[in-house]
Design a protein around this ligand. Structure first.
Ligand SMILES: Cc1cc2nc3c(=O)[nH]c(=O)nc-3n(C[C@H](O)[C@H](O)[C@H](O)COP(=O)(O)O)c2cc1C
Length: 195
C-alpha cells in the first residue's frame, strides 16, 4: 500500500528521527511504498498567507500546496511523527495542516454540515512527550494533546480509522525503554498496514 509519512522535527539526532527511520525501514521491508515529507528539510512554508487566500479565491492552488495534496491523494495510509510542544503540534506541522487541508479538497462544508473528503484512508499518529502519562492524565491533558490532530483534523477530513501512539518521558528513557518503543511502533505499523 501507499504510505505517506509526515515528519516534523528539526533535529536529525532526535528520537523522532530514529522512529521515522524504523517506520520507513519496516514499511519498505513489508513491501509498501513510502513517501516521506520531512517538513523542516523541505523548508515547508507554514504560514497560511494573504497571498494563499487570494490565489485560492481565484481558484488557483499554490504550487507547494498542490504538491502536498497530490501526495495525499496518492496515499492509502497517513503516518505522522512529531514531538509535543506546548501541548500541541510543532508550528510547521500545524501550518502544513492549515495550508494543505483546504476546504474543497479535504472537506466540504455546506448547508447539510461537514463532509470529510479524505475518507478511505487509515492514519497513525506517533507523538513523543517529555512529561509522564500520569502527569498528563492528572491534568486531563491527554485529550488536549491527541484530539486536535486525531479528531479536529483527521476525523474532520473523513479519516475514521485513526490510531494514536504516544511515547511518554522520552528524554529520560533508557536504551532498553527506547528499544521497546521501537518494537511498539513496529507492532502498530503491522496492524495499520499488514504485509
Ligand atoms: C518547545 C518545546 C515545548 C515542549 N512542550 C512539551 C509539552 O507541552 N509537554 C511535554 O510532555 N513535553 C514537551 N516538550 C518536550 C518534548 O516533547 C520532548 O523533549 C520530545 O518529545 C522528545 O523527543 P525528541 O528527542 O524526538 O525531541 C517540549 C519541548 C520543546 C522543545
Amino acid at each position: 500500500m501507499n504510505a505517506l509519512i509526515v515528519y516534523a522535527h528539526p533535529n536529525p539526532r532526535s528520537f523522532n528521527k530514529a522512529l521515522l527511520d524504523t517506520a520507513q525501514q519496516t514499511l519498505e521491508e513489508a513491501g509498501h511504498e513510502v513517501r516521506v515529507k520531512d517538513l523542516y528539510a523541505m523548508d515547508f512554508a507554514p504560514v497560511l498567507s494573504a497571498a494563499d487566500f487570494e490565489a485560492l479565491e481565484r481558484g488557483e492552488v499554490p504550487t507547494d500546496i498542490a504538491r502536498e495534496q497530490q501526495d495525499l491523494l496518492w496515499s492509502q495510509a497517513l503516518i505522522f511523527f512529531y514531538p509535543v510542544w506546548w501541548y500541541g503540534r510543532p508550528a510547521i506541522l500545524k501550518g502544513w495542516v492549515d495550508r494543505v487541508l483546504q476546504h474543497g479538497f479535504a472537506f466540504h462544508a455546506g448547508p447539510d454540515g461537514v463532509e470529510g473528503l479524505l475518507g478511505g484512508r487509515k492514519a497513525l499518529i506517533v507523538i513523543t512527550a517529555g512529561g509522564s502519562k500520569a502527569e498528563h492524565e492528572a491534568t486531563d491533558a491527554v485529550d488536549l494533546i491527541h484530539r486536535p490532530m486525531s479528531e479536529g483534523t483527521l476525523g474532520f477530513c473523513g479519516i475514521a480509522e485513526v490510531d494514536v501512539l504516544t511515547f511518554w518521558e522520552v528524554p529520560s528513557a533508557t536504551d532498553e525503554q527506547r528499544a521497546a518503543m521501537h518494537a511498539d511502533l513496529r507492532t502498530r505499523l503491522a496492524t495499520l498496514l499488514p504485509a
